[in-house]
Design a protein around this ligand. Structure first.
Ligand code: 6PG
Length: 242
């Protein structure tokens, strides 16, 4: 269930390690393709990583990297809840990336319409294989309840088998979200989980130990068909594994 696990002493060291590996991965991809298509996750955990990416000394070929999101809250881009706003503040404002490479989910739009528009934008930009768009790299966070992107436990959109993205809803706040679907995640070449903090230790342990009670959590359904999953954990999140 959890193969490639990278445990770092602190979340800062974790962020540096992932930034270094992201750089290596990007250069490797560019040996055989001209552009790289990735999806970023939102929330709080990515902030340190984005800071390290922005400050990365060696050249990152941002002009060849197209950025999508695993999910976005249905709020305007300047709303404090916006994953785009967070990414702009911690990454885009500090790097030189063509605006045409940033494929923002329009959180301000009517969700049902935006879900279709975002799915079309993915279809127009990303190569398909076996009927699904294949991202080169998808970054995921992990909720304490085992949710990924905006696919929450018990939600009906978890079982979506045809659409590229869905309109989801946060179970507590009711906030509507646009999220990639499980089949898209499972068709990615590489998935990277970035998880930090002691609040995630139990869900990490449950997923690592294949705890039957948690087998229904969304994260337990992520099995890239031909892809690789890496887990970047800080010591606090991995506390129950070591
Ligand atoms: C979002 C994220 C979500 C996040 C987890 C973990 O839009 O909130 O995509 O899936 O990765 O909820 O969030 P934290 O990093 O804030 O713990």
């Amino acid at each position: 269930m959890m193969d490639n696990i990278h445990i770092s002493e602190t979340s800062k060291i974790q962020a540096i390690a992932l930034a270094e590996d992201f750089h290596k991965m990007a250069l490797e991809y560019l040996k055989s393709q001209n552009e790289i298509y990735i999806a970023l996750s939102g929330g709080n955990t990515p902030k340190l990583f984005f800071n390290e990416l922005a400050d990365f000394q060696d050249h990152i070929p941002w002009d060849k990297i197209h950025i999508f999101w695993s999910d976005e809250r249905c709020v305007p881009p300047d709303d404090e809840d916006s994953n785009y706003r967070m990414t702009k503040r911690y990454l885009f404002d500090k790097i030189d990336i063509p605006s045409s490479n940033i494929h923002r989910i329009l959180g301000e739009a009517e969700p049902e319409l935006e879900e279709k528009r975002y799915s079309d934008e993915i279809s127009q930009n990303i190569k398909f294989k076996n009927g699904w768009p294949v991202f080169d790299w998808i970054m995921l966070g992990l909720g304490e309840d085992g949710h990924i992107a905006s696919l929450f436990p018990g939600s009906d959109v978890l079982g979506e088998t045809k659409a590229i993205s869905v309109v989801a809803q946060h179970p507590k706040s009711g906030q509507r979200r646009i999220s990639l679907t499980l089949p898209v995640l499972n068709h990615a070449k590489r998935i990277t989980y970035l998880v930090s903090g002691s609040s995630k230790a139990q869900i990490i342990r449950d997923i690592y130990s294949n705890n039957e009670d948690h087998m229904d959590v969304p994260a337990a359904r992520v099995h890239p068909i031909a892809g690789i999953i890496d887990w970047y954990l800080d010591k606090d999140a991995a506390a129950d594994l070591i």
